[in-house]
Design a protein around this ligand. Structure first.
Ligand SMILES: [Zn+2]
Length: 352
C-alpha cells in the first residue's frame, strides 16, 4: 500500500459517516477518486460513483459501503443528559465507557457514554446486559439549556474515530465495516490499467448499507450493471470463542475472502478465482447458504438480475470500536478486483 493510499484509508476512517450522514466521507472519496477516475458523480441518494472506461457496453459495478454504525440524538433531558437511538446494530455492552463525538452543524462536541459505577450496581443490575435506553451521553453540560445550545435532536454521533496501527501490518478502528470496502473498490479502480479494460468499471461508495442495503439498491438500478461485486468485511474466526465448524476458518492476513453460495453467480466466482491464481494473490473461500446481509444481496436482484459476487475482508470484533483487520488483506483485495476487471472480455457471458 503506497503512502497516498494509506493516507486515504486513514482519512476515511477518521471522517464520520453514520448511515444517512455520509456527506463528509463522500467528500473525501470524491477528492481521491477524482485523481484517477474519468468520471465522478454523486446521485441524489448520496452514492458516489467513480468510473473508468465509461463507454464500454459491459458494465461492472464494485460496491463498498461508506456508512458506519452510529447513534442519533433522540432526547435531551432537564439535566442536560442526552439519550440516543442506534443507527445500525450495536451490542450495547461495547458502548459503556466509550468516548463519543457528536457531529453538530456548528462544531464537534465531545462526550462520553457511561452508566453508574460498579460499586452502586445492585446484584440484579450486575447480572443484566445493559440496554441502550438505559445509557446516556454526557457532554459536560451544566443544564438542559446549555446542552440544547450545542446539540440538536437528530445530530449524528460516532464513537471516537481512533485509528491504531498494530504489529504485522494490522490496524484497529471503528468503521472498518465498511470503509475497508470503500477503500478497496476505489483503490481497485485506481490500479486498473485502462488499456487493458474491455468493460466499464463503476466503483461505488454506497450509502445506508447498515440500515437496509439501501444505497446499493438505488445505485445498482441507476448504473444497470451486468456484473456487480460487493466488498464488505466478514467475521475473522481466528479469535477465541468463535466456532469454526459453524462459521468457517477465516484468518486475518491470509488474503481476501471469496464467497460461494446462492447469492454469488458461479461464473463470477470462477473468474475471481482464475484472476487470483493467475496473479498469485492469496485468497480464502467462504460459504453462505443464504444471501448474507451485504450489498451483494440487493445487487443480485436488481432489475432483471445481475451476476453478483462478494469479496470480503476478514475483520475481528465487528460492530465494535476496535474492529481489527490486516492492511495486507485490503491490498490483495484491491489487486484481485483490478485483475478481475482487466480479465473480462467485452463479450463475457455470465449466464450460469
Ligand atoms: Zn458492512
Amino acid at each position: 500500500m503506497d503512502s497516498g493510499a494509506r493516507a486515504f484509508l486513514q482519512e476515511i476512517l477518521q471522517t464520520p459517516s453514520p448511515s444517512g450522514f455520509e456527506r463528509p466521507v463522500q467528500e473525501v472519496v470524491r477528492k481521491y477518486a477524482g485523481q484517477f477516475a474519468e468520471q465522478v458523480r454523486t446521485d441524489v441518494h448520496g452514492n458516489v460513483i467513480a468510473v473508468k472506461n465509461p463507454d464500454a457496453p459491459l458494465r461492472v459495478m464494485l460496491a463498498g459501503h461508506c456508512d458506519q454504525i452510529g447513534l442519533i440524538v433522540q432526547h435531551i433531558d432537564s439535566d442536560g443528559y442526552i439519550y440516543a437511538q442506534p443507527i445500525g446494530g450495536w451490542d450495547p455492552i461495547v458502548l459503556v465507557g466509550q468516548r463519543v463525538t457528536l457531529w453538530t452543524k456548528e462544531e464537534t462536541v465531545f462526550g462520553v457514554i457511561a452508566r453508574k459505577p460498579i460499586h452502586l450496581l445492585t446484584d440484579e443490575e450486575r447480572k443484566q446486559v445493559p440496554k441502550l435506553k438505559d445509557l446516556w451521553l454526557d457532554i459536560g453540560a451544566a443544564n438542559e439549556e446549555e446542552a440544547r445550545k450545542r446539540v440538536r435532536v437528530g445530530d449524528p454521533v460516532t464513537v471516537e474515530l481512533a485509528y491504531r496501527e498494530m504489529s504485522n501490518n494490522r490496524a484497529a478502528s471503528p468503521g472498518m465495516d465498511d470503509k475497508c470496502g470503500t477503500w478497496v473498490v476505489m483503490e481497485a479502480l485506481r490500479r486498473m490499467d485502462k488499456a487493458r479494460l474491455n468493460c466499464a468499471v463503476h466503483a461505488v461508495s454506497t450509502v445506508q448499507e447498515e440500515v437496509g442495503l439501501r444505497g446499493a439498491k438505488t445505485s445498482s438500478f441507476g448504473i444497470d450493471p451486468q456484473v456487480g461485486i460487493a466488498v464488505d468485511v466478514t467475521f475473522a474466526t481466528d479469535c477465541p470463542t468463535i466456532e469454526k465448524k459453524e462459521e468457517g476458518d477465516i484468518r486475518i492476513g491470509r488474503g481476501p475472502v471469496v464467497y460461494r453460495g446462492p447469492n454469488m453467480n458461479p461464473v463470477v466466482v470462477e473468474k475471481l478465482l482464475e484472476a487470483a491464481e493467475a496473479a498469485k494473490i492469496d485468497y480464502q473461500l467462504a460459504a453462505s447458504g443464504r444471501p448474507p446481509g451485504t450489498d451483494a444481496n440487493v445487487i443480485q436482484i436488481n432489475r432483471a438480475g445481475v451476476a453478483s459476487g462478494l469479496v470480503s475482508i476478514p475483520n475481528r470484533y465487528m460492530h465494535s470500536p476496535v474492529e481489527l483487520v490486516s492492511l495486507d488483506d485490503l491490498d490483495k483485495a484491491a489487486d484481485l478486483l483490478a485483475r478481475f476487471a482487466e480479465s473480462l472480455p467485452a463479450d463475457a457471458d455470465f449466464t450460469p
